[in-house]
Write a protein that binds this ligand. Structure first.
Ligand SMILES: [Zn+2]
Ligand SMILES: [Zn+2]
Length: 288
């Protein structure tokens, strides 16, 4: 069996916080390394994980908020500099995120031209954008020999479209929420998943700091705990932490609120580079 792992390449938000790169998650299964979103510092995190950018075989974008995209050009250009000359397949919902991917290299044209001339590189850096209409119900958007990727539209209004992804691997399913309120769509996508990587927002804490607009379109921790329990996920991993915990106590508050919501499975408050192996062992779906 091919072992699969999930690694958080960044657990941050638009606000820079020491030790937390911008949003991103790496799913690895056999020869496939798939990066979901590429926020600030993604390439450095991949290097810290021992992964060269040409090894990334798929990039999946969830939506067009800058915190999820500012590392895309860095990833694609560094991939090229490191010798990756085949176009990088990029999944994106049709609309602003796909448009961004189609044009992300435009402003780098002069740099690309001079590097190519100077080094004699055999090809230009390129993205192979495979846009899809954000589906209202989970639908398959990409397949490799061993991994099937599904997507569903999520609830991050007014940012539309925004999607979540599910990677079905031989050792189990991994779901990555992207940015969303707690919603039925992710619950359906995550049903029976071994690992759910979900954004998390301590709504009361955010509102008490006068940032109601943040809580309005992110996932409340208590509601998330209830949803993950209903979906029957084995391991819930919190990322995109809002407000970013700056102490063990603040991290523990995320966990306490998710537990208050009723989640009884394995719970991880995300840190950058945390790696979770995907396994069906011990999952309730295997016991019944
Ligand atoms: Zn975000
Ligand atoms: Zn967002």
């Amino acid at each position: 069996m091919l072992d699969a792992t999930v690694t958080l390449t960044g657990t941050g938000t638009p606000l820079p916080v020491p030790g937390r790169a911008g949003p991103g998650t790496l799913v690895r299964c056999g020869p496939l390394a798939a990066q979901v979103d590429a926020g600030r510092g993604t390439v450095l995190r991949l290097a810290e994980l021992g992964l060269d950018c040409p090894e990334v075989g798929l990039l999946a974008l969830t939506h067009h908020h800058s915190d999820h995209l500012v590392g895309v050009a860095d990833l694609v250009l560094t991939r090229w500099v490191q010798g990756g000359f085949t176009p990088l397949p990029v999944l994106a919902p049709e609309g602003p995120a796909a448009r961004f991917a189609r044009h992300v290299l435009d402003i780098w044209a002069d740099d690309i031209a001079v590097r190519r001339h100077h080094t004699g590189r055999p090809a230009l850096p390129a993205l192979d954008v495979r846009a899809f209409e954000a589906p209202a119900a989970p639908a398959v958007v990409w397949r490799s020999e061993s991994v099937e990727v599904s997507a569903v539209a999520v609830r991050h209004e007014p940012v539309e479209p925004a999607v979540a992804y599910r990677f079905d691997t031989p050792s189990g399913a991994v779901v990555i929420s992207g940015d969303t309120r707690v919603c039925d769509e992710v619950e359906e996508l995550a049903r029976g998943a071994q690992v759910l990587v979900h954004e998390a927002c301590r709504g009361d804490a955010v509102r008490s700091r006068g940032k109601r607009f943040i809580a309005d379109y992110h996932a409340d921790t208590v509601e998330l705990g209830a949803m993950a329990e209903r979906a029957g996920v084995a391991t819930l991993v919190l990322t995109h932490l809002e407000p970013a915990p700056r102490s063990p106590e603040e991290a523990a508050a995320f966990a306490a609120e998710v537990r208050r919501g009723g989640f009884g499975g394995r719970l991880i408050v995300g840190e950058d580079r945390a790696t979770i192996s995907v396994s069906r062992e011990g999952h309730p779906a295997q016991e019944g």
